[in-house]
Design a protein around this ligand. Sequence first.
Ligand code: FES
Length: 174
Amino acid sequence: MNTLPILENQQRRDFCKNALLTAGGVLCSGVILSALQGCETDVNKVSLTPTGDTFTINTETDEEIKNLIDGQGIKRLIMQNNKSLNNNIPVIIIKVSAMEYKVFTSLCTHESNPMEPPDPRKVGDPFEGKNIWCKFHDSFFDLNGQVVEGPAKVSLREFSTSFDSTTKILTING
Ligand code: FES
């Protein structure tokens, strides 16, 4: 997995934090807090621009995906035809039903830490809302990528997909 984006984001945050702490003697705490929030990573802003690339997965033959139960997902770095989905950052692919899959970036929008795919066999009802968990500060996202519980405030970037019910091919638009 490429960890460079995470390191860069952490360095940027540390720089902002140090600079603002130095200025702390002359600034009120409210101003510092507001500025620090501005330094927090917004993964959506980093990778929102569509590339126009498409990636396909045969859900009937893919060894991991064909065995998913509803509400369960996998994390995978997708590279096809010398192109990579999500700027070389793994995505989370969730099987919502036999005819519907969801694809999200796997980086938490709070501080860009990596998240694991949901597994209802371990966490219970897949549709209770807390589907994707970031263990670093306990943010939860639902199957639409919306924040259910913070500190994260920004929903996950979701990739548009289409599913061919005849061929069982999942197409992900980068
Ligand atoms: S990085 Fe995910 S909750 Fe903080």
